[in-house]
Design a protein around this ligand. Structure first.
Ligand code: NOJ
Length: 594
């Protein structure tokens, strides 16, 4: 089930202990990650970074981040080892859903700057060597989009551009056509007085859903992709993909009700129904293959590096895997791997971490590339969700697993959620709830402005106000300070990024194993190169470990390569694989010594 905001890990705790009881220590197999460097693609080992532009860097002093701010900070992305950054929407928008409600897909919102600013950003990104990826929002536009206005007016080109229905008459009263519920609460249908019909909106009512059964819509979407490709972007993060198609209407043009979930009591809650007609329709997979072809054709015609697709989907893993492509068609290089976000919580033990990671590796079709995501602008921050004491440990995990990593802005310095009062809450998902539950829904806490320094407003803006409050912790948690502290979150992150260039970490095989319920171990190995073992003590215990009990072919003599502030070891210290001691929440990278 799709949900934004606070994570509900249903049954996770139970599953954690059940798993611990039945799984033998040597369950996970070696994952062959061998990448043929002569044929490898830039994105296969890339480190991605998500920028939420409203909150990254404000250059104009209005308290909202902008494109010039991003351009100014591109060298910072280079400093922390980023290959490519995806930007949440920067297009013209009334901001009902902070840019995910687009009124013109071809214009930059003045709040973020101008088209010239965007072109300057691309130019600078090329100079610095960081690729720019845009957010593509194919499911809906803003109700202020000209296309919607024309659809309301039944302009022949746009009449069926959105999903319209006259509704049904029940006891003489007009009602919405179905019981479909918006992801942001309430009926997914809104009456339009002018057209005298309901339109579908799976998100807020200012976000009408496009009608993907109309080929003109698909053509318009492909044109949007081509427009931004010509501007020089390296690809797209595709928003709310499982929602783009709804079930086809019957011969009379009617849609079926969705079945109500057992025990559900609140018909306005998105969890009230099973979304069998509004999500994951089978046509969606082919649509993504069609987008991929648009990208590949563009590259074939114009040259340059691969262009990539990142797919936002919270679907069942077997559906997610289909987005990769099949024997005859290429799909998205990166269907986002949200397993760690949706399954792990602060009580998860090492068995459950291992199961969660290996699930993706085991399900992934042969020859595809894994990706690892721990957070984004819709979820509580990693330190808040999984434990502030685990911030380094989780960044180490993210950056040592094989394939691509995705970091949400601020996670590299250990930013945590900011508490925001009901009065200051602006996220529509929270505003549609009531005061008693808004915190469960709100995405504002993870969207607070980036903490650059200990100056006023954390160096985010020169203005006097910010669109969301700055964290109270900014004087300690900020880039400027952390640059100067040897084992700060930032410096550990940077060291990990540097290690990603190592042959073994980049191209080697991987084994992810729980050593016991507290310690997760990742072994990375490549013939003729040193082997690495990354050890993560998830809990507050002191652990004495024999790595030979879990890993074959591991030489005894090792050295510490990366340590965190939780360690008493230093880089270069010797370690012996059969007697490693880990302190509470300690995370280390060890390497075999020849
Ligand atoms: C997913 C985006 O990540 C979220 O922020 C947005 O509200 C919805 N899609 C609707 O576009």
């Amino acid at each position: 089930m799709m949900q934004y905001g606070r994570i509900l890990v249903i049954g996770n705790l139970l599953a954690t202990f059940a798993y611990a009881a039945v799984v033998p220590l040597s369950n996970s197999s070696v994952q062959n990650n061998l990448i043929d460097e002569t044929k490898s693609h830039w994105w296969q080992t890339a480190s991605f970074y998500q920028i939420y532009p409203r909150s990254f860097k404000d250059s104009s002093g209005d308290g909202v981040g902008d494109l010039r701010g991003i351009a100014e900070k591109l060298p910072y992305l280079k400093e922390i080892g980023i290959t490519a950054t995806w930007l949440s929407p920067i297009f013209a928008s009334p901001m009902a859903d902070f840019g995910y409600d687009i009124s013109n897909f071809y214009e930059i919102d003045p709040m973020f700057g101008t088209m010239e600013d965007f072109e300057a950003l691309i130019k600078k990104a090329n100079e610095v060597g960081v690729k720019i990826i845009l957010d593509f929002v194919p499911n809906h536009s803003s109700d202020e989009c000209e296309w919607f206005q024309k659809s309301v007016d039944r302009d022949p080109v746009f009449e069926n551009f959105y999903v319209w229905h006259p509704g049904k008459i029940v006891n003489g009263t007009r009602k919405p056509p179905t019981n479909w519920v918006s992801i942001f609460r309430g009926s997914a249908w809104k009456w339009n007085e002018k057209r005298q019909e309901y339109y579908l909106h799976q998100f807020v009512d200012k976000q009408p859903d496009f009608n993907y059964r109309n080929p003109t819509v698909r053509h318009y979407m492909n044109e949007i992709l081509r427009f931004w490709l010509k501007k020089g972007v390296a690809g797209f993060r595709c928003d709310a993909v499982p929602n783009v198609f709804e079930v086809a209407p019957d011969a009379e043009g009617n849609y079926p009700d969705e079945p109500v979930n057992e025990g559900a009591t609140d018909p306005d809650d998105h969890g009230y129904t099973k979304h069998i007609y509004t999500s994951d329709q089978p046509e969606t997979i082919n649509l993504v293959y069609e987008w991929r072809k648009v990208l590949d054709d563009f590259t074939a015609e114009n040259g340059g590096d691969d262009k990539i697709l990142m797919i936002e989907t919270w679907s069942e893993i077997d559906i997610v895997m289909q987005y990769y492509g099949n024997e005859t068609a290429e799909g998205a290089q990166m269907p986002f791997n949200f397993q760690m976000i949706s399954r792990l919580n602060s009580n998860s033990n090492a068995y459950y971490y291992a199961e969660t990671i290996n699930l993706w590796m085991d399900k992934m079709p042969k020859g595809r590339t894994a990706n690892w995501v721990l957070g984004n602008h819709d979820k509580n921050r990693v330190g808040t969700r999984l434990g502030a004491e685990r911030i380094d440990l989780l960044n180490m995990l993210l950056l040592t697993l094989p394939g691509c990593s995705v970091t949400y802005q601020g996670e590299e310095i250990g930013m945590t959620d900011v508490w925001i009062s009901w009065n200051d809450t602006v996220d529509p998902q929270a505003c549609n709830a009531d005061e008693s539950v808004y915190l469960e829904k709100s995405r504002d806490p993870c969207r607070s402005p980036f903490q650059w320094s200990d100056e006023k407003n954390a160096g985010f803006t020169t203005g006097s106000k910010t669109w969301l409050p700055i964290s109270d912790l900014y004087r300690d948690v900020n880039v400027k300070k952390e640059r100067g502290v040897q084992l700060s979150h930032l410096n550990v992150y940077k060291k990990m990024q540097a290690l990603r260039h190592d042959k073994t970490i980049k191209n080697g095989d991987s084994e992810v194993k729980p050593i016991n319920e507290n310690v997760l171990a990742i072994k990375r190995s490549l013939a003729n190169y040193p082997t690495y073992v990354i050890l993560l003590n998830i809990n507050k215990t002191v652990e004495t470990l024999d790595l030979h009990a879990v890993f074959n072919n591991l030489s005894t003599e090792m050295e510490y390569v990366i340590v965190t502030a939780k360690s008493i070891r230093r880089v270069g210290d010797r370690a012996y694989a059969d007697q490693i001691i880990l302190l509470p929440n300690e995370a280390v990278v060890l390497r075999t010594v020849k």
